[in-house]
Design a protein around this ligand. Sequence first.
Ligand SMILES: Cc1cc2nc3c(=O)[nH]c(=O)nc-3n(C[C@H](O)[C@H](O)[C@H](O)COP(=O)(O)OP(=O)(O)OC[C@H]3O[C@@H](n4cnc5c(N)ncnc54)[C@H](O)[C@@H]3O)c2cc1C
Length: 414
Amino acid sequence: MTGSAPLIGIVGSGIAGLRAANALLKCGVDARIVILGDEAHRTYSRPGLTKKRYPPPDGIEAATEGLKVPGVENTALTWHLDTRVETADLRDRVLRLSTGDTLAYDRLVIASGVRPRTSAEGDRECAVHAHRTLRGLDDARSIHQELQKSKKVTIAGAGFVACELASLAKEYGCEVVMLEALRHGPFERILGTTTARSLRSWIARNGVTFLTGDAARNMLCDGAGRLAKDASGSKDAYLEPASDRSLYIEAIGSVPNVEWLRGNGLDLSDGVRVDEYMRVSECEDVFAAGDIARYPDPWTSESHTRMEFWKNAIDTGDLAGKSLASSLGYDAKISRIKYFPNMVTEVFGLRIQIAGNPKISDSMEIVRGDLERPDHGVVVKYLREGAMVGAAYLDRGARLNSLYIELLTALRAR
Ligand SMILES: Cc1cc2nc3c(=O)[nH]c(=O)nc-3n(C[C@H](O)[C@H](O)[C@H](O)COP(=O)(O)OP(=O)(O)OC[C@H]3O[C@@H](n4cnc5c(N)ncnc54)[C@H](O)[C@@H]3O)c2cc1C
């Protein structure tokens, strides 16, 4: 340790980083805690970015306030916002920051999350589209403003962010095209082909052109700038981007923010691998939490899993903080991660609830309702070797709520 009160560095000012700090403070750890985040904002509700018309008309300040996540305030806690950690030397326990400073720590929590995956990194702007991705509050602000002005928006992807954005764009009055080149419809990887097709037709019934396969592939744009013949027609030249390009939003998955950790011998193949207490296996003084943490899957006990859900970031952030406190000798009552995946989204007024791990199922069963009419309520059970491993509930109201809760209770008890 570098002094009597150890210094704990937390990289990432999102919900996982905040919850790790809160857990440390609640455990009464006598330490200095520094949270480093490359965004300019204190922790806010990331899911809120696509749930309502944020930011409201009165601007960024109101938006930040409206989505703010409260945390325990304490003089032991220091925030360094707008500060990027460029590299980490885990052997010498030093972080190098974008400000040019270094920070020596005694214990480290990695909570740097993920960023949107993009189809290509171009150094020129595409002449045809204004390309956007959505992860943070600043992205949300510009996308919302542009949606208010745009007539036409193309959305590549069919996950939660893509579907919620399509719903928002229609609310703003845009003409919306969704592209899913590889599969049949929304959430197919989680809920399977039949449910995905039902969701696709729900979205189409709400006025979105939903293209899959070759039709979608032909409209994909890599954003690297489209080549066109110059005026003489003799050689390729870049078109200058027009000011009224249509909006093209890529929501095609994410990439863990691990680059700053390279060169330390960690397994960074998909996020940061940890054990069931959020401890980084290769480094006893380092912990990881949130979207970036890949931990032993409590649902299959065969592999590691990485979850990109708000509640997961809360639970793993808490656990990382407690594990760290325990490593400093505090009685933190840690228990291994027992994550119960459970999430909700809303697409064109259709509430979609998913629990457990339908992804690992080998069959599905409709318990009640009809996938042709999801707005009238439909409950689906997902099975693996005959045992329930997941459930989904689609509805415009809450007609089948008690039935769904019964399934959740059975799933939790499995
Ligand atoms: C638009 C949108 C809607 C969503 N909706 C839902 C939903 O409805 N339900 C749900 O369960 N989940 C939803 N999610 C997912 C959920 O928001 C995430 O699972 C959660 O925010 C992850 O928290 P985190 O703290 O792990 O990561 P993050 O919130 O990403 O925080 C990590 C922070 O670290 C920063 N950072 C990265 N690298 C560095 C570095 N080198 N130095 C300093 N800082 C760095 C990042 O910029 C970021 O601020 C949504 C996500 C998005 C983007």
